[in-house]
Design a protein around this ligand. Structure first.
Ligand code: BES
Ligand code: ZN
Length: 868
């Protein structure tokens, strides 16, 4: 065995090395073909690779071959068939000096899936073996140029104990199998060249829900969703969603599936939601398994969304991939936009839009206004795993949506057709994407490109000035400074705008698209027949913060009559937000207009229940915080409770009707039934705020009689925040019933960590000691950490115990799984926005964490940036 030589040039503290976009260079070596042989075992797996390497004419002349590795030791290296000692380690990478232009490199490594708690590379989960390679996990399996612009054709042989691992899967199609001596092997080939991050392998005792899909050109595709046998009955919805997604992508984007086989595997230990490996998607079981007894309507919708998202990547990600990780939004922003459109088309477009905007505001706007703000196409990173963010994903999706708004649907489709055709089989950039849209449409999109490079959420002001039949709309924009970008240019902001008659409630100036491109701009409307109300940023056409000069009376009118459902929702929410922010600031404000708008919405015969539910739900405590100069969590909580209680008391009749009338049979998954259930639980929530004793009884009755998880969990959420004997009864009944179902026990943890109670910190401390808590399982860890971090009032408990608890948990988690630990930091990032005492305590916890020896690169980056 060759000894391991450590190069003196290796960086002392890898935590500090930054990768910069401007340093991108084409690879020195290409790998047209890759052959892998796995001798699989939980404790020990042997990996033998054979790489056909060719010098890249575009690379640096004479450069050695640098193969990335992470936690790997080469057992042996072969060059053109001969064992070689002519290599060295450069940090954790393998450096092989090579003359000539073409060689065959053989490498053998040995890895331990059982010891892999980071869940990156090849790891063990529930007795099976699986992989996660995006972004840089492949280098934990074997030495390889682990960068997305090196595309290779893979041939993979898996050899394993037949009883332990009866099923062997990897990308592409099986080409040969064999067995003997209790072992078996399978060889697969993937005909499509792919980057290493799309490699996948699964071995285990799995059973498939099988189906077929016939594609538009008549190709029969075998579909398989692989799970443990006991979970098979819970795979029907995922399978139906997959077929729906395949059909939708053919109809909407003209994209057809390209292999004879499409497999999905569900695993219970997974860092993210799911992964789009070519022909073999690997999923967090939370996004596959569902039935009416264990999954909520939201779970069902999420499964459809995530299954569609990963499937859509087959074109937007796999066939056309990213040149480098700075282009991540090329595949993720676009694919999120695609999955959002899919969900809108199969459900209710207005409610879907409201939901997506809520997520954007809650997560992306927060990120964009804090220390972790970065552009959709970042300029640098320390750890790429930290950049799978709401900015890359959700703001990236908004950017694609704006391009579509500007082009219109036909030209947009022509643009995506050209993009897929032009870059098929390539690693592309965000610029390539925009260029394809421009070339196909003949429309210049330069003005929108600033959205890729400039971080921060634009703030737009609008004021309508009317003089008889003429109206002037005065617009202004400010883009706030973000880390590394103190001064901003004005952006191109597409604002869908209409005027609504104050008296008639009719659309008196039809919707038009206004492009705000200057810091200040005035737009005129002629022939305005009556006093007009401004309806702007309709359907949320641009991801900006709007500050519109409008009185409560005007908002009330828009809340009742705006012709755009999103704008109508906004008017109601804006009324509530104004009242909440003023009350939290200690002002005494009349709640008449708010109650009027909520009551009118509830009583409407035209609005559907799903819309009503979204509209009447008071904005979250964190959104209220965004409206305050200094965030005071106690004042915000008190104000929101006051509003919830007022609505619950004043509108008890309407809410009772909605709650009682909302009980739909659990097997009915139509959007009408889902909407009624959603309104039902929100009504219950508000009723309980108005009358806690009665609320506890109602909630317990809903809990006991529920025939589906939506109603049952909805009632449990209400009870969890109350002080009533029914609370403990329901929590115990829920636990006892689902003790053996990990995904439901995750809910049981999360419900308690989200509870609005003075003692939630004590509760989460106890939960972290619970026998079923496991820091090694990302879902279970998140069921406490993510839920608690988002629970503003509890996390920001004045004692500072919430901060200490989460910081301790992050430090513990970092030892096990740095990627997941680093994702728990953002709640601390907003420390500067809070009142002095809390800000000091949050900062102290950040500093304490940062000073801890042995931090991962992931956590180091998030902490140091949060303090900068
Ligand atoms: N490619 C990602 C999965 C991924 C993310 C792998 C980060 C490695 C690091 C996948 O396509 C994805 O985006 N998954 C999302 C869900 C999706 C519906 C937005 C996820 O896992 O959260
Ligand atoms: Zn994705």
């Amino acid at each position: 065995m060759a000894d391991v030589r450590v190069n003196a040039e290796a960086p002392q503290n890898p935590a500090h090395t930054e990768t910069r976009r401007e340093d991108y260079r084409p690879p020195d070596w290409l790998v047209p073909e890759t052959e892998l042989r796995f001798t699989l075992g939980i404790e020990k797996t042997r990996v033998q690779s054979k790489l056909k390497v060719e010098r890249n004419p575009e690379g640096a002349p004479g450069a050695p071959l640098l193969l990335n590795g992470d936690d790997l030791k080469p057992v042996g290296v072969w060059i053109d068939g001969a064992r070689s000692d002519d290599w060295s380690m450069k940090g954790s990478d393998l450096l092989i000096p090579l003359d000539g232009d073409s060689h065959e490199i053989g490498i053998e490594t040995e890895i331990s899936p059982a010891a892999n708690s980071k869940l990156m590379g090849l790891y063990a989960s529930n007795g099976m073996l699986c992989t996660q390679c995006e972004a840089q996990g492949f280098r934990r399996i074997t030495f390889f140029p682990d960068r997305p612009d090196v595309l290779s054709k893979y041939r993979v042989r898996m050899d394993a104990d037949k009883a332990q691992f009866p099923i062997l899967l990897t990308n592409g199609n099986p080409v040969a199998t064999g067995e003997g001596d209790g072992r078996h092997w399978a060889e697969w080939e993937d005909p499509f060249p792919k980057p290493s991050y799309l490699f996948a392998l699964v071995a285990g005792d799995l059973k498939a829900n099988r189906d077929t899909f016939t594609s538009m050109s008549g190709r029969k595709v075998d579909l398989g969703i692989w799970v443990r046998e006991a979970d098979l009955p819970k795979t029907a919805h995922a399978m139906a969603s997959l077929k729906q997604a395949m059909q939708w992508d053919e109809e909407t984007y003209g994209r057809e599936y390209d292999l004879d086989l499409f497999n999905i595997v569900a695993v219970s230990d997974f860092n993210m939601g799911a992964m789009e490996n070519k022909g073999l998607n690997i999923f967090n079981s939370a996004y596959i398994l569902a039935d009416q007894d264990t999954a909520t309507d939201v779970d069902f919708d999420n499964i459809a969304r995530v299954v569609a998202h990963e499937y859509f990547h087959n074109w937007s990600g796999d066939r056309v991939t990213c040149r480098d990780w700075f282009q991540l939004s090329l595949k993720e922003g676009f694919t999120v936009f695609r999955d959002q459109s899919f969900s809108a088309d199969i459900g209710s477009p207005a409610v879907k839009r409201i939901d997506d905007v809520r997520t954007l505001r809650m997560i992306q706007f927060q990120e964009d206004s804090g220390p972790l703000a970065h552009p959709v196409r970042p300029d640098s990173y320390i750890e790429i795993s930290n950049f799978y963010t709401a900015t890359i994903y959700n703001k990236g999706a908004e950017l694609i949506r704006m391009m579509k708004t500007v082009l219109g649907p036909k030209k947009f489709r022509a643009g995506t057709d050209l993009y897929f055709e032009r870059h098929d089989g390539e690693a592309a950039t965000c610029d390539d994407f925009v260029k394809a849209l421009e070339d196909a449409s003949g429309v210049d999109l330069t003005h929108l490109k600033l959205w890729y490079s400039q971080a921060g959420t634009p703030h737009v002001t609008a004021r309508l000035e009317q003089d008889g039949g003429k109206a002037k709309l005065h617009l202004g924009q400010i883009v706030p400074p973000t880390p590394g970008q103190p001064v901003k240019k004005p952006m191109a902001i597409p604002l869908k705008t209409a005027l609504i008659g104050k008296a008639s409630g009719a659309e008196i100036a039809p919707e038009r698209l206004i492009m705000l491109e200057e810091a200040e701009q005035t737009v005129e409307f002629d022939n305005v027949g009556e006093a007009a109300l401004l309806s702007i940023n309709r359907s949320f056409s641009a991801p900006v913060v709007m500050d519109v000069e409008r009185g409560d009376g005007e908002l009330e009118k828009l809340a009742a009559s705006d012709t755009d459902p999103f704008a109508r929702y906004e008017a109601i929410q804006e009324l509530m937000l104004r009242w909440l922010a003023a009350t939290a600031n200690g002002e005494t404000v009349d709640s008449g207009a708010v109650l009027q708008a909520v009551g009118g919405t509830l009583r409407s015969n035209q609005l559907d229940p799903a819309f009503k539910a979204e509209a009447i739900l008071p904005p979250s405590e964190s959104l209220i915080g965004d409206r305050m100069a200094v965030i005071d969590p106690d004042a915000i909580h008190a104000a929101r409770e006051q509003l919830r209680s007022a609505i619950g008391k004043e509108l008890a009749g309407e809410l009772s009707n909605a709650q009682l009338g909302g009980g739909q049979p659990g097997e009915d998954l139509s959007k009408e039934a889902k909407g009624a259930r959603r309104l039902r639980t929100i009504a219950l929530n508000l009723l309980a705020a108005g009358d806690p004793d009665k609320g506890a009884q109602l909630a317990k009755a809903q809990f006991d009689s529920a025939d589906n998880m939506t109603d049952r969990q909805g009632a449990l959420v209400v009870l969890a925040s109350l002080d009533a004997p029914e609370r403990e009864q329901a929590l115990k009944a829920f636990y006892d019933r689902y003790e053996d179902d990990p995904l439901v026990i995750d809910k049981w943890f999360a419900v308690q960590a989200s509870a609005q109670r003075a003692d939630t910190v004590d509760q989460v401390q106890a939960l972290a000691e619970h026998a079923k808590f496991a820091i090694t399982n990302p879902n279970r860890l998140r069921s406490i950490a993510a839920a608690f971090g988002m629970n503003q009032w509890a996390f920001h408990d004045a004692s500072g115990r919430g901060y200490r608890f989460l910081a301790d948990l992050i430090l513990k988690a970092d030892k096990v799984n740095p990627q997941v630990a680093a994702r728990m930091v953002p709640p601390f990032g907003r420390w500067r926005r809070f009142e002095e005492k809390r800000a000091a305590m949050m900062r102290a916890e950040l500093e304490r964490m940062l000073e801890t020896p042995g931090l991962s690169k992931d956590l180091y980056e998030q902490l140091s940036k949060s303090l900068a």
